[in-house]
Write a protein that binds this ligand. Structure first.
Ligand code: AMP
Ligand code: MG
Length: 490
């Protein structure tokens, strides 16, 4: 499509605009609002390289990723969407974000280049269109940590300080984040399509999604049912990955769930320390709707909202109604999730082949963690110190019976203990972005202009599974902090 190589500056921009070929209801043309004094805070050099962008050239012009100037070939839009927020339907849209275009990468993939905090749009409602520095740094840290953990996610290319204060409970330094995503198509985008444009708009969005993310489904006899099945599978896998690292998204509204299967929108998210399925950190999640243990159920609920939009597209003469057919397909979600979860849990326990007792073995270990208020990440990472040959390591008394069972199960695995230990390390991160570390890094950066703690933290988080020495402070769970709350990034 109308891509344009960046010959003037040689930064490497190669922007296309496939999203803008969609019906006009899906976007509004609008430019980012300039800021006073854009200054670089963070540039993700390895991501820039993967996008075909020259980091040196980017660093010379903070104007471009702050919205003060546009990259060559950019025709920015704000995207329209709706969403169920804590169960209530609202019309939303990019209220503080602009899609600059879709970068064609050297590898040939197409990714959205999206500014967040870039000023008001037709969808801003009463918001100021802006973002504060700390929440944008938080999205940068956690999205990149998720990527390093091997979990599908939007990425963060840049954070640029705006030089303007934003008004929250107090005045805070403002910033713009550049988010890179395989797309920004959300379940809420489909809800918006059906609500505003009816079946034709829903079909246009479904065809676009298939083209962009699931081109192999185009030739299927039932492409929209196949689309629903494919999205359900990616979300089942995604949710299983979240659960395996103790990630709590915090605001799983339907506008914050993608069709691509990438994690999106890092607001009040946080990682669990001691294992407790009821864990909630978000200050706005009063009822615990998005508690750790509820996340798979909520994903399923959100997918039902997608199914409602796709149902009319799947009506076939002489067959059960589209609603019945999509409903039937929806019922496969729990099994898809459970299978994905168990597969990953086997890896965490060092198991390779499948046995029927594996689910109980995994669940019983979680029960031990819950009863002992044991740290989730640390307990799994150090479990390999209790492998059969490590008989000199003291086993907590409450764990003894379970450890014996686990050892018996391991005897039926192929491969030696070194292979088991390696498998466990590949599934059990040594480090996660623990809340106290993230808060310290953010406070140093946003309140004192000191990026060193953030950079050290990010360096450690870049290789979470590696078998290497790390400063103990990045590994240790924090002292108990029962009142810890995260705040939405608005
Ligand atoms: P979020 O909670 O980040 O998923 O955002 C929910 C909705 O609120 C989206 O439509 C955002 O664009 C919008 N929004 C959040 N913060 C602001 C802001 N400061 N100004 C305008 N819109 C905002
Ligand atoms: Mg959102």
């Amino acid at each position: 499509m109308n891509s344009q190589h960046d010959s003037q500056t040689d930064t490497g921009w190669c922007l296309e605009h496939s999203y803008q070929q969609l019906p006009a209801i899906f976007h509004s043309t609008c430019h980012p609002e300039p800021v006073s004094h854009p200054q670089w805070v963070l540039l993700n050099q390895s991501l820039a390289l993967a996008l075909g962008l020259d980091a040196e050239a980017l660093l010379q012009t903070p104007e471009v990723l702050s919205g003060n100037a546009l990259p060559p070939g950019s025709t920015p839009v704000a995207m329209a969407y709706a969403g169920h927020q804590f169960g209530h339907f609202n019309l939303l849209g990019d209220g503080r974000a602009h899609l600059l275009g879709e970068q064609r990468t050297p590898a040939g993939t197409l990714v959205d280049i999206h500014l967040k905090g870039s000023g008001v749009t037709p969808y801003s409602r009463r918001g100021d269109g802006r973002a504060a520095l700390a929440p944008m740094l938080r999205e940068y840290i956690i999205s990149e940590a998720m990527h390093a953990l091997g979990i599908p996610t939007t990425r963060s290319l840049a954070v640029i300080a705006s030089g303007d204060p934003v008004i929250r409970e107090r005045l805070l330094p403002g910033a713009i984040l550049t988010r890179v995503a395989s797309s920004h198509i959300r379940i809420g985008t489909f809800q918006y399509a059906a609500h505003v444009g009816g079946t034709d708009a829903a079909k246009a969005m479904a065809d676009y999604t298939i083209q962009r993310h699931y081109p192999e489904l185009k030739e299927q006899a039932e492409p929209y049912l196949a689309l629903l099945a494919a999205v359900m599978q990616r979300q089942a896998d995604l949710l299983a990955s979240w659960m395996q690292v103790g990630f709590i998204h915090g605001v799983m509204n339907t506008d914050n769930m993608t069709l691509s299967g990438e994690t999106i929108d890092y607001g009040p998210c946080a990682f669990m320390n001691h294992y407790d399925a009821q864990t909630v950190f978000s200050s706005i999640d009063h009822g615990g709707r998005y508690a750790y243990g509820n996340q798979p159920q909520i994903a399923w609920w959100n997918l039902a909202r997608l199914a409602e939009v796709l149902a009319p597209l799947t009506d076939r003469q002489g067959e059960a109604s589209g609603f019945e057919r999509t409903a039937q397909l929806l019922h496969t979600f729990p099994e898809r999730y459970q299978n994905a979860w168990l597969q990953k849990m086997r890896g965490k326990l060092g198991l390779c082949h499948e046995e029927t007792g594996d689910r109980a073995l995994a669940e019983d270990f979680l029960s031990l963690l819950q009863e002992g208020q044991a740290d989730f990440t640390h307990s799994f990472r150090t479990l390999s110190a209790l492998l059969p040959s490590m008989s000199q390591t003291a086993v907590p008394a409450a764990w003894q019976a379970w450890i014996t069972r686990w050892h018996q199960r391991l005897q039926r695995e192929a491969g030696d203990e070194a292979a088991v230990r390696q498998r466990m390390n590949q599934h059990n991160p040594a480090v996660i972005p623990r809340n106290h570390l993230v808060e310290h890094a953010l406070a140093s950066a946003a309140d004192h202009g000191d990026l060193q703690p953030l950079q050290s933290l990010m360096a450690v988080l870049a290789t979470p599974y590696a078998d290497c020495e790390r400063p103990q402070a990045y590994i240790d769970p924090p002292a108990p902090n029962p009142g810890y709350r995260t705040f939405c990034g608005t």
